[in-house]
Design a protein around this ligand. Structure first.
Ligand code: ADP
Ligand code: TRP
Length: 321
């Protein structure tokens, strides 16, 4: 079973990203042939560019390797290192009705928010279709916001196949079961756009400061406290075993400790949970050449897989003459 996923390089990763998506991606490597790439061309359509984009790309590669993307199990590369995707993007543009793109939620949402539309934002789903179809995956695991894009890829592939025969594999999407929506420091869904994130990597002091900001109820120290619905408890749940969770529940019920104590406990538990990942991250951070080499090797493997299909498409479409 071949699984493909694209990751936008978008800066510091938070624990919502980890439990909602990265952890599953890492686990999928055990029993699937996993293709994962950093979607740097896609990041350009939301205004990232220049030195910042280059930095974000290396940061994403470093973070994902630290969190468990294993280049011996997965093919892991940067989108722009396999240029065939741009060639296929153009070819597929000819099989993409304008109406299909005009209906895309991501484009409609962004323009509704007043973000000036440029062509890359509009044609983004065609590039995503090329990303997918070039590698013939069985499944594309996506969050709910990306389902429509995979549907567009399917529509485009069907149109292409109607003209040229059974060439492109029609991908299935698999909705990534969010373990649960991870709450942010204010109890809403954790998201960069809400400014309520707890980041995975960073200084211990900064992390503690963020955790101290978690909104909690005002209850006297000696009184018993509700753990259900408590933002600190809900976050701690992600890191604790059943036994540890029961112990924490007892501490809430018993009284005598304030939410500040639970926050300190959460900070400790989280620091420990990501300890091994942090060490790996420090290693890759200090050895960026190694990260580069992994990405180069990944791009080479991805290209080898993409080329036979691309050659076939070039012949069929008359590009190869
Ligand atoms: P953000 O909302 O911070 O911009 P993204 O939209 O870049 O995060 O999310 C990247 C991935 O992380 C998606 O697959 C999404 O499902 C997952 N994710 C993000 N926030 C959460 C959350 N609070 N709980 C669970 N999963 C999340
Ligand atoms: N559009 C996806 C996102 O914003 C990233 C992406 C680009 C992708 N190409 C892809 C995801 C191909 C899956 C398959 O998250």
């Amino acid at each position: 079973m071949r699984l493909l996923t694209g990751i936008q390089p978008s800066g510091d990763l938070h624990i919502g990203n980890y439990f909602g998506s990265i952890k599953q991606m890492v686990e999928a490597q055990k029993n699937s042939e996993t293709f994962a790439f950093i979607a740097n061309y896609h990041a350009m359509s939301s205004g990232n560019g220049g030195e910042r984009l280059a930095k974000l790309t290396m940061q994403a590669a470093t973070d994902f390797l630290a969190l468990g993307i294993d280049p011996t199990k997965s093919i892991f590369w940067v989108q722009s290192d396999v240029k065939e995707v741009l060639e296929l993007y153009w070819i597929l543009s000819g099989f993409t009705p304008m109406g299909l793109l005009e209906r895309a939620h991501s484009y409609k949402d962004k323009t509704a928010k007043g973000i000036a539309a440029n062509h890359s934002l509009f044609s983004y789903p065609v590039l995503m279709a090329a990303d997918i179809l070039l590698f013939s995956p069985d499944t594309v695991p996506v969050g709910k916001d990306q389902i429509q894009h995979v549907e567009i890829a399917r529509d485009i592939a069907i149109k292409f196949n109607n003209e040229y025969g059974d060439v492109l594999k029609i991908p299935e999407f698999k909705i990534q079961e969010e373990v649960a929506t991870v709450p942010g420091t204010d109890g809403q869904k954790m998201s960069k756009s809400y400014g309520n994130t707890v980041n995975i990597f960073g200084e211990e002091k900064t992390q503690l400061k963020t955790i101290k900001k978690i909104i909690t109820q005002n209850v006297a120290m000696e009184d018993s406290k509700e753990y259900e619905g408590c933002n600190v408890y809900n976050m701690a749940k992600l890191f604790l075993s059943d036994k540890e969770l029961l112990e924490l529940q007892e501490r809430y019920k018993r009284g005598g400790e304030g939410h500040g104590h639970f926050k300190l406990y959460l900070a400790d538990v989280m620091w420990e949970y990501f300890g091994e990942f942090r060490e790996k991250r420090n290693y890759f951070e200090a050895n960026q050449n190694e990260v580069r080499a992994i990405l180069d090797e990944g791009a080479k493997k991805a290209k080898e897989i993409a080329l036979p299909l691309m050659e076939k498409i070039r012949s069929l479409t008359g590009i190869r003459y």
